[in-house]
Ligand binder design. Sequence first.
Ligand code: GLY
Ligand code: MN
Ligand code: MN
Length: 440
Amino acid sequence: MDQLSERQFAERRKRLLAQITDGAIIVPAGHLSARNHDVDFKFRQQSAFWYLTGFGEPDAVAVLRPGHSEPYTLFVLPRDPKLETWTGLRTGVDAAKERFGADAAFSTAELETELPKLIADYEKVYYAVGADQKLDAFLIDLAVKRRRTAPRGDKALTALIDPMPAIDQLRLIKSAVEIECLQKAIDVTVAGFDVAFAKARPGMYEFEVQADMEVEFRRGGSPRNGYPSIVASGENACILHYISNRDRLKDGDLLLIDAGAEYEYYSADITRTWPVNGKFTPEQKDIYELVLAANEAGIDAAKPGNGATDVHDVALRVLTQGLVDLGVLKGEIDTLITERGFLPYYMHGTSHWLGLDVHDSGIYRTGGRTGPSIKLEPGMVLTVEPGLYFGPFAEDAPERFKGIGIRTEDDVLITDDGNRVMTSAAPKTVAEIEAAASGG
Ligand code: GLY
Ligand code: MN
Ligand code: MN
């Protein structure tokens, strides 16, 4: 199923050009990165470049020129049979025009001669300084040259402006096709979790469970993960981004898996935590139910008109109250929140945007760290992922909770009248979790 067609990418470029009207826009693709000797890390296109072009090869550069009758130019790696024999077929200059909708296309070897001509009439250039070392140096050099020749009639290049806030803003509201892709990524991920629930048993290595789960991702049509899977048994769950996945599951352990298959470049992001032997201990269950209550309260707050940060505030209040009720924290709830007394047990945010990137682009507040929250709108997708961690650094934790790490993470689409929990097919209540973990 190939859901994203050139039509959608063209629409995105059109929308960006409607927003940025006073300068040329330059967006670079990613580059290969050496792993060792002549072996590179597997390439995955930069998301902003992909969002605008749908072009998956490295080293390309997209140029958009507002007000121009042929606004879209692509620089791409040229055909090279000798190299392509080793590293794969390239699109090349001609097909970049035919298949990717470019009004003009050049080889990347022509960038130095053609780019200055393309942007000669623009005093402002929208380019994210720092995005590409070669382009950084090239554009600064070009600004110096044009300053020198401006007195004789050239246009000076007076401003390099970051286009990312405008691109991020477009990415924040997902179209119907993007939501379909995200749902597909999520459905595939849930199927992988089902396998992990069914297969994880005491004695297995974390990476074995990971392999079983990821086989299901691949079978479901996902070519890669949106981020490295976190498969964390026992106290490893208290290391938030534990990805070594090399320990053995023990009887009595919880297993926390945080994973997301990617589909058409869109990533799921799901976390479930369950008892490896199929039955929560009373202490594990107390913490599980508290995290679940925070997750549900956070989801209830994820609706149009509420602030994105309200989701965190609501979930945090539930967690803090629960920690007091369980005797982990002492004091007034408001004071514990303002003085951040919860930090030994809850040290991350509850939500982030989700899309092409697992921590997708887009701001959460305007006007600085204490500024007002972005209001939630239909089409936004965010995670709701409270957790509690009684790990090696939580020295004052009651003995009975030590070693427990639990997170429950759902992906939520904001709709006109509330939200849709896109991950609702994954087991979540205590009964559902225990049934799934016992193979039922
Ligand atoms: N998988 C990383 C996160 O949940 O934010
Ligand atoms: Mn997340
Ligand atoms: Mn996650």
